[in-house]
Ligand binder design. Sequence first.
Ligand code: ATP
Ligand code: MG
Length: 242
Amino acid sequence: MPIAELRGVTKRYGPVEALRGIDLAIAPGELVALLGPNGAGKTTAVRILLGLAAPTSGQATVFGRPPASHEAKLRRGALLQVAKVPETLRVREHIELFSSYYEKPLPLAETVAAAGLKGIDDKLFGDLSGGQKQRVLFALAICGNPDLLFLDEPTVGLDVEARRALWARIRGFVARGGSVLLTTHYLDEADALAHRIVVINQGRIVAEGTPAEIKTRGASTGLEDAFLTIMKDTTQSVEEVA
Ligand SMILES: Nc1ncnc2c1ncn2[C@@H]1O[C@H](COP(=O)(O)OP(=O)(O)OP(=O)(O)O)[C@@H](O)[C@H]1O
Ligand SMILES: [Mg+2]
């Protein structure tokens, strides 16, 4: 049974068709990278799997349950693209608060260490740098010791060292059997981490495969080149889309 699944999912926002029939399944222990240009529908897919938005048609399940169910919520963690938490709480307080929602949270020290927050856990969230804030959001995603992580552009604003450290932590999470749905615009990140890449464009899945398989779509060996070729081959004009 897949850990998380979208079946024939469409999502319409007024005139905008954000998703046009998506089938996506994440297997236990699998890291799937969802790639696509701005507005492709990546965050919409994540929000539906988190139960934050309802599909217009089709079905979403997480651990075989509705995404908004208590069972699903207890077993997943999420780092959302534009997440905000109160500026006036300390890092430690945020982690303690989020940990209290879960039945078997990680010990505070473990979360602090795993998110690279040692030494700044006493600071107010509002006093942190952009990259430090991003690490706190990662801490809040993992503190509940989830089986499934949704990471929507998790390394935006991180310096090179912090990004590599986060990759190592994501790999560690997967090595312990966790599943991940990751979105990113950094194709080297998808290449480094993903078992499988799913490319979405204008609300449709237009390519899918291992990083090596996706790379064969380009003229050179790089993932970026393949991505641009896939976009060129699959982008429809406004009239075609309508
Ligand atoms: N709450 C909303 N109300 C109206 N339109 C929305 C809403 N959320 C998303 N959309 C629209 O749906 C489309 C897909 O947006 P989405 O955020 O899923 O894209 P994305 O692939 O995550 O893009 P990005 O790479 O910029 O994060 C866009 O056209 C966006 O404007
Ligand atoms: Mg997005």
